[in-house]
Design a protein around this ligand. Structure first.
Ligand code: BGC
Length: 444
């Protein structure tokens, strides 16, 4: 079977990972600026101060995308550019940047897909409690309104949140990402407040004419370490609730999954009247970000979580050490359809990709065969899911450019285009040419 009419082939980036220019045009500080500038937080002290300098080099990057043949570019809007203190009037110079980018993309035949929150919370909001504070949800809706007010007439697709589970887990529970808090299970309210922010933002976006609205979640199939062990199976179920269901069930079915395995009162104390119906506001699509499966075993009796993660063995791995398992991608897509059946909106694969330690060779090329194999196998898995009748309408490779990979700094390279951070020279890798040919062939 072929791809659906109008299938989107895209590439994705996020503001803090590529833009740089952190002090320009009135941008305020974000949690990631503060975190990256705190010694010991990011490998080798790297920061997003310059990143890929996309803020200035976007015309070159748009040209690279036009040449690649993608029909959509997923990028995020830096909230601290639009509202430097996290609330109040919009900073017009911040919005001007995205305005120019959107116009240039449209002129190149590329539909903008905007993510509103890819983890760069304005620092003043963090100082007031961040996502632990319910008020942040309302501030987020206000930001969404201001962004859409300026751009909704030209942006084809809006993604409210990117991977709220990562913000909750890495940012507030384990402290390895900004804002670096180590609240463990006390971080749970950040789940509810982000989802409330999502629901409120859906209404705010639609009120300004946004055409297609959804969110992008991170999914990782949960494998019991020993499938014959009931305790390991329980650990996998608990992880599945935490990782795969907590941010999807409420949006698609209006209720949290059973989080009993986490202990404590769960989310009930934070849920006000009507919150769940706000969170379940109808969306037009679900964004799926997939990288790898996770293997779980029963935790020790005094463990802080109801699961322990163990390595997935027996598969090739990426430069991050992540197992390469395209079949897990297919089973995830099938599981989503099985779980939500008629309530599942159309899916877009909003992120999928891999890092390898790519280098520019003596002949000036970057031979990233392993990335081509990764993308080929995952795209094949997606096509099998489409043949199965799962409604998937687009695929965005992560990422257009090598970029700031959060706590790992500039070490991992996820791009289809190599970036030399000394000179900012962009060198399309072999995978770029491969993706270009794939897009051209599938558009015939
Ligand atoms: C995030 C990206 C990140 C990628 C690779 C996703 O979880 O949305 O920002 O670069 O994974 O780690």
């Amino acid at each position: 079977m072929g791809l659906p009419e109008g299938f989107r082939w895209g590439v994705a980036t996020a503001a803090y990972q590529v833009e740089g220019a952190v002090h320009e045009d009135g941008r305020g500080p974000s949690t990631w600026d503060v975190f990256a500038h705190t010694p010991g937080r990011v490998r080798d002290g790297h920061t997003g101060d310059v990143a890929c300098d996309h803020y200035h080099r976007w015309p070159e990057d748009v040209a690279l995308m036009r040449e690649l043949g993608v029909n959509s570019y997923r990028f995020s809007i830096a909230w601290p550019r639009v509202q430097p203190s996290g609330s109040g009037a919009a900073n017009p110079r911040g919005l001007d940047f995205y305005d120019r980018l959107v116009d240039a993309l449209l002129a190149a035949g590329i539909d903008p897909a905007v993510t509103l929150y890819h983890w760069d919370l304005p620092q003043p909001l963090e100082d007031a409690g961040g996502w632990m504070n319910r008020d942040t949800a309302y501030r987020f809706a206000e930001f969404a309104y201001r962004a859409a007010d300026r751009l909704a007439d030209r942006v084809g697709m809006w993604i409210t949140l990117n991977e709220p589970v990562v913000v909750m887990a890495y940012g507030y529970a384990f402290g390895v990402y900004a804002p670096g808090r180590t609240l463990m299970l006390d971080a749970l309210p950040t789940a509810h407040h982000q989802l409330l922010g999502h629901g409120l933002a859906v209404t705010a976006l639609r009120s300004r004419g946004a055409r297609r609205v959804g969110l992008a979640n991170h999914y990782s199939p949960a494998w019991p370490a020993d499938p014959s062990s009931a305790a390991d199976r329980d650990a996998a179920l608990a992880f599945d609730g935490f990782m795969n269901r907590m941010f999807t069930d409420p949006v698609l079915s209006g209720a949290y999954p059973d989080l009993g395995a986490l202990g404590g009162p769960g989310l009930a104390p934070y849920v006000h009247d009507l919150d769940m119906s706000v969170i379940a506001s109808p969306i037009d699509f679900l964004g799926v970000n997939y990288y790898q499966p996770t293997r779980l075993k029963a935790p020790p009796a005094d463990g802080p979580l109801p699961f322990d993660m163990v390595d997935v063995t027996g598969y090739p791995v990426t430069g991050m050490g992540w197992p390469i398992v395209p079949d897990a991608f297919l089973s995830l897509l099938r599981a989503l359809r099985g779980r939500y059946s008629n309530g599942l909106p159309p899916l877009y694969i909003t992120e999928n990709g891999c890092s390898f330690p790519d280098e520019v060779g003596p002949d000036g090329t970057v031979d990233d065969t392993a990335r081509i194999e990764f993308l080929d196998a995952h795209i094949a898995a997606m096509r099998t899911a489409i043949d199965d009748g799962i409604d998937i309408r687009g695929y965005y490779a992560w990422s257009l450019l090598d970029n700031f990979e959060w706590a790992e700094g500039y070490h991992p390279r996820f791009g289809l285009v190599h970036v030399d951070y000394e000179t900012q020279k962009r060198t399309p890798k072999r995978s770029y040419g491969w993706y270009r040919d794939l897009i051209a062939a599938s558009s015939k």
